[in-house]
Design a protein around this ligand. Structure first.
Ligand code: NAD
Ligand code: SER
Length: 313
């Protein structure tokens, strides 16, 4: 069994990714790590270490001394938070990646997963069924850091044969853990507010369609990509990944079908400009053709699952 570490494991993706990796590879083989001194409850089923990805020397010695062979590097600032602290976002999103890519270049690590995002695209990108290879002129610091990261991943693969794999996640929807400061977070918040107050004020306008995905699909995609034979991985920047695509109005209609008292109103804020610069929908035929990707969850299923499972305080 490979020794695996998930860095930034306490966040929206990490909590569910760690659980799935432990199921597949054994609890003791998957180390969860994050900034906190104590292990978050959802990560309690296996080893946990307090680790700051910006502490390069500590990260290097932990990975080398413990024979870690696969790294899932999730620690980052997301789009909305990054706009509030661009310098730190750039530092966190880039330096951590170099620490891990260098360990792989030195052959301490065999495989790296590093997530990119739909944020690599910008206002000049074709916004419907955005192709795998197209114009990429991101306007957010988050998108710029992800695009730069993609270029570095491909460079390390070409120059140093580093087996780094990546997905451009769309907005992710989950009920086990909450999102951590992205522009797509509304698509999770809306379910909490629907159950708590039967009303939601959307910070995106009613017709802002964005690519989205249910977390189970995203976790499955991540593990399928990492398990795919090396010969099948043709994109070493990052793979487009399609799921569903919907606007605040469309998700509100689905919620209202299940709860007629639900109401939504719209007060767009600074996140509107970020969302406007991102695609409406994604063409993921490269992921489909190369390693067999296919999403399972549609909007109606997602709404059913979320309304049945979110636990408002
Ligand atoms: P999140 O904000 O929920 O979690 C990030 C985790 O990283 C947090 O638990 C945080 O404590 C930890 N962290 C922050 N700084 C750290 C540091 N210095 N050292 C170690 N850990 C640190 O984020 P997420 O939604 O789970 O996203 C994970 C990755 O996936 C990010 O790279 C993000 O850009 C990418 N992504 C997420 C989405 C999404 O919709 N969630 C979409 C596209 C891409
Ligand atoms: N969900 C992420 C965000 O909104 C997309 O990368 O920042």
């Amino acid at each position: 069994m490979p020794q695996i570490i998930v860095i930034g494991a306490g966040g929206q993706i990490g909590t569910e990714l760690v659980a799935e990796l432990r199921k597949r590879f054994g609890s003791q083989n998957v180390v969860a790590s994050d900034l906190g001194e104590t292990c978050p409850t959802l990560l309690e089923g296996g080893p946990y270490i307090q680790l700051d990805i910006l502490n390069r020397e500590f990260v290097r010695s932990y990975i080398i001394d413990n024979g870690i062979k696969q790294v899932y590097l999730l620690a980052a600032l997301l789009s909305a938070t990054a706009e509030k602290n661009p310098e730190f976002a750039w530092k966190l999103n880039m330096e951590g990646l170099f620490t891990i890519l260098d360990l792989a270049k030195e052959k301490h690590i065999e495989k790296v997963f590093w997530p990119s995002s739909i944020a690599v695209f910008g206002p000049t990108t074709p916004s419907d069924k955005t192709p795998q290879h197209t114009i990429m002129e991101p306007i957010t610091i988050y998108g710029i850091s992800k695009q730069a990261g993609e270029r570095w991943c491909e460079y390390y693969f070409n120059k140093f044969n580093v087996d780094v794999r990546s997905i451009r996640y769309p907005g992710l929807i989950s009920y086990k853990s909450k999102p951590g400061g992205g522009t797509t977070d509304y698509a999770v918040d809306i379910f909490y507010k629907a159950k708590e107050h039967k009303r939601y004020t959307s910070y995106l306008s009613e017709d802002t369609a964005l690519p989205m995905m249910f977390m189970d699909d995203a976790i499955r995609a991540t593990i399928e990509l990492m398990e795919a034979p090396i010969i099948k991985i043709k994109e070493r920047s990052s793979y487009n990944l399609g799921g569903v695509s919907f606007s605040p109005k469309q998700i509100a209609i689905e919620i209202k079908k299940r709860d007629s008292y639900f109401e939504i109103n719209y007060e767009p804020d600074f996140r509107q400009a970020i969302a406007d610069s991102w695609p409406n929908s994604i063409d993921d035929s490269a992921a489909h053709n190369d390693w067999g990707w296919k999403h399972h969850f549609g909007l109606e299923e997602i709404v059913d699952i979320m309304l049945n499972n979110v636990q408002p305080k």
